[in-house]
Write a protein that binds this ligand. Structure first.
Ligand code: MV4
Length: 505
């Protein structure tokens, strides 16, 4: 059942990534767009493009009914959902199946088996996976919460069953705090997800976030493609990912990989998926949740395995057998990804939409960029602020770090603020370079640099600093005007910190 035409139900860099795979396979592509994206790159690159509706995602990229209508109208025989939006929506996958259009991802059934965190924990138990100790059902009462918490011991974590991204999550250190924390977690979960269901996990101290990529075809074959280290996060948003993890040896890799494959098989899973794990300092690993989609950070796995995940997703959806077995998969070299966001690290990471007046991209040996922007394009405020992903590949981790630093020096975005200088800071940090990273690493680094301008953590000299900075800004602005450049931050505080770091090392 060869696929002839794919509708890409997404935007930005991932829509382009999928478009490229379509081109390479001789598959026609259909783009969809909102009003904010009329001039976006994915629209220009597709064979056909259709307007969905106004800019808000709820009126465009989240409208499964409109997307299916475009699929019918354009004669697409498959839909690739990318990540975010409708990619993990089991009802949408079912609607595609019912409309006779292939959803490039797992079946609605498999998505439901892994959809809520409590369901996923039950599926993990059925498959014999190690998971974080705690409950596998929503808590019914405070009494039950006290019971479970005292059995596993404090500290514990309350989590929203429907959750993700850290919302509705509460650490609780003693029974005294449990009642209030439970109330808060419930109401936050209700507001964020429309379900106040909450369950308990034992709190894992300073864990690493390590995930396993799997691929499963429709004929019972399933393989793992090694791990990605995603511990460098800020507020549950990944900032840097790498493959392989410097912390994972061959034994741990095969144990985690085999666990992920068992889970996929227990859920009747097909297509690409990712099992997320927490790994503690003693290399115990605990299943957290399954992401039933292609992930943002998939390129690092592609570089170290030499495989193209989007091609393979399409082949699997066509009903083909995986063209290799586990023994054929070998990891080679090291890949690092930096997520370039339109946000300002010097101003509490506020989103920074606006017109891109200058774009100089990086290239050269071992550099890949998955990009969704161009010079002259205006970044809309309506969606996730990811602009581009810069990926460095080299034989070793330290060479990949040097290559990325070189690429970051080539890279320049003008007109809007980006987090590019934050990567210089991280990649020059001794803690990162020696891979001493856990999920609290980046927040600690940011606190140390004292550039963090969180409420309550302000430098007492902040007003004086601001005045000097403003004067300096005005001065450099006028210099730039004379030079004809448009980048107004040649000596930002982030660059200053990064330079200081460079002198130290
Ligand atoms: C945890 C944890 C410690 N113990 N669960 C945060 C978001 C969600 N994906 C899971 N998260 C965590 N769950 C237990 N039982 C620590 C975190 C966590 C975290 C996890 C992954 C990546 C970054 C993180 C940052 C802070 C806390």
């Amino acid at each position: 059942m060869k696929i002839e035409k794919i509708l890409i139900a997404n935007r930005g860099e991932i829509a382009l990534r999928i478009l490229r795979a379509c081109r390479e396979r001789g598959i026609s592509s259909v783009a969809v767009y909102s009003d904010a994206d009329r001039a976006s790159l994915h629209v220009a690159h597709a064979d056909e493009a259709y307007r969905l509706g106004p800019s808000p995602a709820t009126e465009s990229y989240l409208r499964g009914d409109l997307i299916l209508e475009v699929a019918r109208k354009s004669g697409a025989d498959a839909i690739h959902p990318g990540y975010g939006f409708l990619s993990e929506n089991a009802d949408f996958a079912a609607a595609c199946e019912n409309a006779g259009i292939r959803f490039i991802g797992p079946s609605a059934n498999a998505m439901r088996m892994l959809g809520s965190k409590t369901r996923a924990r039950q599926t993990a138990d059925a498959a014999g996976l190690p998971r974080v100790p705690g409950s596998v059902h929503a808590l019914e009462s405070l009494a039950e919460a006290k019971q479970v918490a005292s059995e596993i011991g404090y500290p514990i974590m309350l989590k929203a069953a429907a959750g993700g991204g850290g919302k509705g999550m509460r650490a609780v250190h003693s029974e005294t705090d449990l009642s209030e924390a439970l109330e808060n977690a419930r109401s936050e979960a209700e507001r964020a997800f429309g379900s106040g269901d909450v369950y308990i996990e034992k709190l894992i101290d300073r864990p690493r976030h390590i995930e396993i990529q799997i691929l499963a075809d429709q004929h019972g074959h399933c393989v793992y493609l090694g791990e990605r280290e995603c511990s460098v996060q800020r507020r549950h948003q990944k900032v840097i990912e790498e493959a392989p993890s410097a912390f994972v040896d061959d034994t741990l890799r095969s144990r985690m990989g085999e666990a992920a494959v068992r889970l996929a098989q227990a859920a009747g899973y097909t297509n690409a998926g990712t099992a997320e794990f927490l790994v503690d300092s003693e290399r115990n690993f605990y299943f957290l949740e399954m992401n039933t989609r292609l992930q943002v950070e998939h390129p690092v796995t592609e570089l170290v395995t030499g495989l193209d995940l989007v091609h393979l997703q399409i082949q699997i959806a066509e009903g083909r057998t995986l063209p290799f077995t586990q023994q054929d998969i070998h990891l080679r070299g090291h890949a690092i990804e930096c997520r370039i966001y339109a946000e300002d690290p010097e101003n509490q990471f506020f989103p920074s939409p606006g017109k891109i007046t200058r774009l100089v991209q990086a290239s050269g040996p071992g550099i890949r960029e998955d990009c969704g922007i161009y010079e002259g394009w205006t970044v809309p405020l309506d969606y996730d602020p990811i602009l581009s992903k810069l990926i460095a590949y080299a034989p070793t981790r330290s060479l990949a770090i040097e290559r990325m630093l070189r690429a970051l020096d080539e890279y320049h975005v003008g007109g809007i603020a980006t987090n590019v200088n934050l990567f210089r800071l991280i990649l020059r940090d001794e803690g990162f370079r020696s891979a001493k990273i856990d999920t609290g690493y980046l927040e600690r680094l940011l606190a140390e640099t004292s550039l963090q301008t969180e409420q309550g953590e302000r430098d007492p000299n902040i007003n004086a600093v601001a005045t000097i900075a403003a004067a300096f800004f005005v001065m450099t602005q006028s210099q730039n005007m004379i030079r004809g450049a448009d980048d107004a931050s040649p000596a930002s505080a982030w660059k200053a910190v990064a330079r200081k770091e460079a002198l130290r090392s």
